[in-house]
Design a protein around this ligand. Structure first.
Ligand SMILES: NC(=O)c1ccc[n+]([C@@H]2O[C@H](COP(=O)([O-])OP(=O)(O)OC[C@H]3O[C@@H](n4cnc5c(N)ncnc54)[C@H](OP(=O)(O)O)[C@@H]3O)[C@@H](O)[C@H]2O)c1
Length: 275
């Protein structure tokens, strides 16, 4: 059932979550219709702390998303986390996340815009279960739909977790793995075509080792592993600081402290624009 806006945007995220706990359709989700806002003008010398007060996070129950939400909550950023199962809500709340229940495979753009409204950035860390249907729905199609929803909700900053082009190295390149790589690439293309202030992060092979707080980042670097801990810290930095705009950032383990590594990359991008 679709309704016009009746003050939903003004409701605090925690209150919205209460309504949405039972699922967007069950809750009689109220849909806001509004013109898309103008995109921000991004200039090469723009260097600012993001005014990020809230992040809408997909994949919050996953291995990477969970780490990212912990970093953001610790930094005082409100996290609105999308989860599929009812039983996940209590754990999310205990970790300081505002849970909203929904399934990326079926949520419409309008429904997504509703649940993210009030946040100031989107982080997409969700990933498919690996079967073809899920790869198409979550890895290929969902990022673009979430991006359109962000535009509807007036959110500009969008950080997408993608994959290294060489991710097949040391893997048997099965048809489903190739399908996954193509799907992730298609999602990159669709996000890059938007007017959003996007950053696409291509991490190397993700590990669950403890992070070192040091990484290697660049526009084109050698494929290697990287811990989810450090990827989460990089994502948090990119959400909380807006020195890097509309760029692909490749990321592996390395020796540079994360803030310095990202600042150096931002400086490199700026110098490239100045050429
Ligand atoms: N593994 C690697 O080496 C590697 C390399 C490069 C990039 N990546 C990417 O890194 C990201 C994070 O990886 P990870 O290891 O943290 O993945 P993960 O632990 O498998 O987490 C996946 C997350 O996506 C959520 N999700 C799946 N389908 C969904 C749906 N239909 N609706 C809503 N949420 C859904 C899952 O929710 P549930 O809890 O409900 O399942 C979970 O929170 C993914 O985008 C992955 O493609 C991975």
């Amino acid at each position: 059932m679709v309704h016009e806006d009746d003050g939903w945007a003004e409701e605090p995220a925690r209150q919205r979550a209460e309504v949405l706990r039972h699922g967007p359709r069950d809750a009689g989700l109220r849909v806001v219709r509004q013109a898309w806002p103008s995109p921000p003008r991004i200039t090469g010398d723009q260097q600012s702390e993001a005014n990020v007060t809230g992040v809408f996070l997909t994949g919050v129950t996953g291995k990477l998303g969970r780490r990212l939400s912990d970093v953001l909550v610790r930094d005082g950023v409100e996290v609105v986390g999308l989860h599929r199962e009812e039983g996940q809500a209590d754990d999310l709340e205990q970790r300081g996340v505002t849970p909203v229940r929904g399934d990326l495979a079926v949520m419409t753009e309008a429904e997504l815009a509703h649940v993210m409204r009030g946040t100031t950035a989107v982080a997409f860390t969700a990933g498919s279960d690996g079967d073809d249907e899920s790869i198409n729905a979550i890895d290929r199609d969902a990022p673009a739909r979430v991006a359109r929803a962000a535009q509807r909700a007036g959110i500009h900053r969008f950080v997408l977790v993608s994959v290294f082009p060489e991710a097949w190295v040391n893997h048997e390149l099965t048809s489903s793995f190739e399908h996954w790589l193509r799907a992730k690439r298609e999602a990159e293309i669709q996000l890059a075509e938007t007017d959003l202030d996007w950053v696409i992060v291509r991490p190397g092979a993700l590990t669950s080792e403890s992070g070192s707080h040091t990484v290697h980042v660049g526009g084109a670097i050698r494929y290697d592993e990287v811990s989810r801990d450090d990827v989460a810290r990089v994502l948090a930095h990119l959400l909380e600081h807006t020195d890097i705009h509309r760029e692909i950032v490749e990321l592996t383990e390395g020796h540079d402290r994360i803030p310095a590594a990202l600042q150096a990359y931002a400086n490199f991008v700026r110098s490239r624009h100045a050429l």
